[in-house]
Design a protein around this ligand. Structure first.
Ligand code: FE
Ligand code: FE
Ligand code: ZN
Length: 279
């Protein structure tokens, strides 16, 4: 099943996210389960958890249609001990929040090496994952393909594969492909989508691909900038985005918008995605 959703606000409490998604006609949604720019969050209260689960039921959202995203502060590849430990604890907390909410996936940015080099960064990210992933957890963590801004890890399929390779509980790992990021990372999804997906399949394996972030990009391919544009207003363009939405290899995946929009803008783009999928 394919569904179309957007990253919606959970301001005022996670229980508000399902209604926001419903209001824009989304079949699914992404959310932060805590403020994404703060380290510490209040633990989820029992009332909040119940309200979230009830709202999901009311609007018909199952865990497969919900894609939590981790905090932007977390860096599982940080070279210094203290921020690394803080990141690891925060990541563990993010996973636990997902489990409490009855969700079963967590989309995250692999990390940044901050000058220590890609190889060392990859090792650290994998070490942190090995430290927090547990056999009895429901949550699959999805490594996001990154643009390569700054010292971001995960800008190539090889870097993601190298992280996965070093993790013991590989069945707890998946990948989320962000179209703005892969384009900014230098993959030509406009002229050679088949080639890019073939490369993804041979290096990571398409069976690991669990979600798509559908975004246009403000910058040209290879720019490593990570600035999302509304669909059709960037360098990827509607034609190429349509081919992505319709690609047979991606037909069962959730598609989620992270475009610079308010709720009415998201509603328009969700309708547009559906139209493109049927074209
Ligand atoms: Fe992201
Ligand atoms: Fe993304
Ligand atoms: Zn981005």
């Amino acid at each position: 099943m394919k569904y179309f959703g957007a990253h919606v606000s959970a301001a005022g409490g996670v229980e508000n996210a399902p209604a926001n998604a419903h209001a824009i006609g989304a079949e699914g949604f992404a959310l932060f389960t805590k403020n994404q720019r703060q380290w510490v969050a209040k633990p989820l209260a029992a009332g909040e958890i119940d309200a979230f689960r009830e709202a999901c039921e009311r609007y018909g959202y199952t865990p497969a249609q919900i894609l939590p995203h981790d905090s932007y502060l977390i860096n599982l590849g940080h070279p210094e001990k203290e921020p690394l430990e803080k990141s690891r604890a925060a990541f563990l907390d993010e996973m636990q929040r997902c489990e409490l909410l009855g969700l079963d996936r967590l989309n995250f940015h692999p990390g940044s090496h901050v000058g220590q080099g890609v190889e060392k960064g990859i090792e650290l990210v994998a070490d942190q994952l090995n430290g927090v992933l547990a056999p009895d957890q429901k949550t699959t963590v999805l490594l996001e393909t990154m643009s390569g801004k700054g010292s971001e890890l995960g800008k190539t399929f090889e870097e993601l594969a190298a992280i996965i390779e070093r993790v013991d509980l590989k069945e707890k790992l998946g990948v989320c492909l962000d179209t703005c990021h892969v384009s900014d990372g230098g993959y030509d999804i406009v002229h050679d989508l088949d080639g890019v997906l073939t490369e993804f399949d041979s290096i990571i394996g398409l069976r690991r691909l669990k979600a798509i972030h559908l975004n246009d990009s403000k910058n040209p391919p290879g720019s490593r900038k990570d600035r999302h544009a509304c669909l059709g207003e960037g360098t990827i363009g509607l034609e190429a985005l349509g081919r992505i939405v319709r690609h047979p290899a991606l037909k069962d995946l959730p598609f989620c918008l992270e475009t610079p929009n308010d709720l009415p803008g998201y509603a328009r783009e969700i309708a547009l995605m559906r139209e493109m999928a049927e074209a």
